[in-house]
Design a protein around this ligand. Sequence first.
Ligand SMILES: Cc1ncc(COP(=O)(O)O)c(C=O)c1O
Length: 369
Amino acid sequence: MTGRWSTRSGPSRVDYIRWAKENVGVGEYPLTMSAVPPVDWKEVGIDPRSLELFEFSRYGDEELLAGIAGEWGLTSDHVLLGGSASHAHFCCAAALLEPGDRVLQEMPGYLPLLDGLSVLGVETVPFHRRFEDGYRLPVAELRESVRDRQVRLLLLTDLHNPSGVALTEEERRFLADLCEDSGVTVIVDEMYRPFIEPDPGPLHRLHDGIIAIRGLNKVHGLSQIRVGWGIGAPAVIERARRVLDGTTIHNSCLTDQVARQAWRVRDRLVERARRIAAEGNAILGDWLRASPLEVVEPDGGLVWFPRVPPSVAEDGDALRTAALRVGVNLTPGRFFGAPSHVRVGCALPPPALREALRRLAGALPGFAR
Ligand SMILES: Cc1ncc(COP(=O)(O)O)c(C=O)c1O
């Protein structure tokens, strides 16, 4: 397994999801998490004994569908409710792509989505969001690539995973113009977007050629009920529902019931997430600014993506190995296509986060707090 990016079709060869599954419980202080800690039944407002084992919905609970769409002035036919955000991504992309189509994907980026699409036989082409540019979108490069390379689909995240940088209003408009001028489709993963206030809503609202992906995994504290959705033009959503028919038939009725109730209390859950993120980012931000690691400040979310200078460690993997020796787990940057970085999360309760960082400081040459 290497961190090298391949432009051939096929998976990225950095098996992040397998690594993440195997790393649950590794290290006393897991700074690997990108989601808020889970909520309990009480916080969602459900008595689990009230759940029904049979409830039928064709394409997801009607109240939930109408709620997700209605929040942004849309109708339910704009929403594909999938078995997770990853599943919604796959259904929407598979509804559009044909073998041999070109897909532009941000680097560093969240590569498992691309790995999912690799079974469709598409060609993947990276575009770079550079540390030196604060991970801004390379708009000129994107415009050129889309024009010259006949790109069918552009994939990116907002907030950017792994850096936590948000798209600016200018970049949002650029993407809408790009769709309008070139006919390219954009799928933007907005799983982390509600961390930041105000939430401008799904980018789909700026152009019909944009599909936005959201879910309850990262912000709402419900990572294990497995639900996510795509918001797009009804014609694409209808095709994506055909893919859903063939990949899961319909979602679990237990998920439907929990997600429906979570949506009713979403303001409370989002507020909780913003509070956790504000506390964690204040602690981690202070620590990182004083450390020898090089940072681009995230706009929000629960992760930072510092660069590891050679004076500290050979690369992100080497730093992670040193961190594990003091009980702290970090995510090597190679899983996002940037081997000289590590992803550091701040979702632990403040006392645990402070202790993790105290230990980590001891493991970094030239930095002891
Ligand atoms: C950008 C992004 N999208 C999607 C997911 C996965 O969401 P789900 O578990 O709902 O498929 C993750 C998880 O890390 C993520 O970081």
